[in-house]
Design a protein around this ligand. Structure first.
Ligand code: C2O
Ligand code: CU
Ligand code: CU
Length: 465
């Protein structure tokens, strides 16, 4: 079973094809050598027309066609992928949201050595959860992501929910000048606050792509926010649409697909019934103080398929173990500025030459072969409440690798009981989340505004047997 087709925008058709790495182990791939991986993922420098007609130079891309490929896996099926580093600097790839073995998590020194130029590393894992995930480097992260290294990963449900078309949307900005070339990746005075926003908004590396979709058909839009910085409010306008999953976990109750707040690292799955009439358009927009911006459109084509949202099978919850709140120990984390005079972070995996942020009043000292002590140690199999306190006036999407946590409560707002790997902490908010420490290893724990992460707001949590 291959699930629904993956959409291709009109411009991709013109440029000669989509970039999906369909990869099912044992799926009858032809002529693979005995120990070949299911997929190969080169990382290279390339030039690409982000703005139509203008080639942006010195981008970094996954795969060979420019736009990062959609990696397609199947829940519960083993997968191997060879990452080949063709850059002239070290890199490493992290699979955001996947609960896999620590050694496959792609964090320099904490889980493996960086992949040096010319080297390759084989990642192998079996995704336990289905949903929308993404992948990105964890080495020189701001620059490598800013130059293009962010991709979407789809893990298909064991049981096909019944969509006609699947549309992964890699949503991110680039910081380009009027000439279409990269400008500085960040500004220090902004890194010390909310972060530095991009200048050109894209979906799948295109400005305002138009996707042809079957009239009256059922579409699965997979919004993945892979931007280094921007928190946004997204809406699907026209058609009938509802949010069915957030951060790869199905919602117990679907919600309207308007005003969806998504921060860097977060994802939303939207079920959309396309318009019945040929030529009618549904838009995906993002709201900012300046107004509503169209990011992508979906144009109905052909005779109506006359499907109905009610025909979709509800998604099966992922196998996340429910935390035992009565016996959970509370672990406290404070996110804030760095004490004066902290030295800049040093590492072969890149430094921004500034230290602005901290967790528990300590700034991360950088990715080194001898990392500092964990922020906390959890015992394998036990439940914990992580009390996340933001003492700054800026928002921080807090991300934990390797584990799924549940939102409990906030001092600022009611929280739905969602499962996630990335929670947006609003200014001066304190949020309690609960987690079962069921995956052993050292798990990176950081803000997903990459300028914050790379100027101190990073650490790790140890799950020890
Ligand atoms: Cu998506 Cu440590 O990151
Ligand atoms: Cu991650
Ligand atoms: Cu932050």
């Amino acid at each position: 079973m291959r699930g629904p087709k993956t959409a291709v925008s009109r411009r991709e058709v013109l440029l000669g094809g989509s970039a999906t790495l369909a990869a099912f182990a044992g799926g009858g791939a032809i002529g693979l050598a005995a120990n070949a991986a299911d997929a190969t993922l080169p990382i290279s420098s390339l030039d690409h027309p982000i703005l139509p007609g203008t080639v942006t130079k010195n981008m970094m891309g996954f795969g060979s066609s420019g736009t990062p490929p959609i990696l397609r896996l199947k829940q519960g099926t083993p997968f191997t992928i060879d990452v080949v580093n063709r850059l002239d600097e070290a890199s490493i790839v992290h699979w955001h949201g996947l609960r896999i073995a620590n050694g496959m998590d792609g964090v320099p020194y904490l889980t493996q050595n960086p992949i040096e130029p010319g080297e390759r590393f084989r990642y192998s894992f079996t995704p336990p959860d289905a949903g929308t995930f993404w992948y990105h480097p964890h080495c020189n992260t701001l620059e490598q992501m800013a130059r293009g290294l962010t991709g979407v990963m789809v893990v298909d449900e064991a049981e096909d929910p019944g969509f006609d078309l699947d549309i992964p949307l890699n949503i991110r900005d680039f910081r380009l000048g009027g000439d279409g070339q990269f400008t500085s990746f960040f500004k220090p005075r902004l890194a010390a606050r909310g972060g530095t926003l991009g200048t050109v908004s894209t979906v799948n590396w295109q400005t305002e792509p138009v996707y042809d979709v079957p009239a009256g058909g059922l579409l699965r839009l997979r919004l993945a926010i892979t931007d280094p910085t921007r928190v946004g409010t997204y809406s699907v306008n026209g058609g009938e649409a509802k949010v069915i999953a957030l951060d790869s976990n199905p919602l117990p109750q679907t919600s309207p697909a308007t005003d969806i707040v998504l921060a860097p690292g977060q994802r939303a799955d939207v079920a959309l019934r396309a318009s019945d009439r040929e030529g009618e358009i549904v838009t995906l927009t993002r709201r900012s103080p300046k107004g509503e911006k169209v990011l992508a459109s979906f144009r109905a084509t052909g005779q109506s398929l006359r499907r109905s949202l009610a025909e979709l099978k509800p998604l099966t919850p992922n196998p996340v173990v429910e935390p035992d709140l009565t016996n959970a120990e509370v672990l406290e984390f404070v996110f804030g500025w760095t004490p004066e005079g902290a030295p800049p972070i040093q590492s072969i995996c890149g430094t921004l030459d500034y230290t602005f942020w901290s967790i528990n009043r300590k700034a991360w000292e950088g990715d080194t072969p001898d990392p500092v002590a964990p922020l906390a140690t959890m015992r394998l199999g036990r439940s914990y409440i992580l009390r996340l306190r933001n003492e700054s006036p800026n928002a921080h999407p807090i991300h934990l690798h390797g584990l799924t946590f549940k939102l409990l409560k906030s001092n600022k707002r009611p929280l739905p009981p969602l499962y996630t790997d990335t929670a947006l902490l609003l200014k001066e908010e304190t949020m309690d989340v609960a987690v079962v420490a069921d995956n052993p290893g050292d798990w990176a724990f950081h803000c997903h505004v990459i300028e914050h992460q790379k100027t101190g707001l990073t650490g790790y949590i140890r799950v020890a047997a």
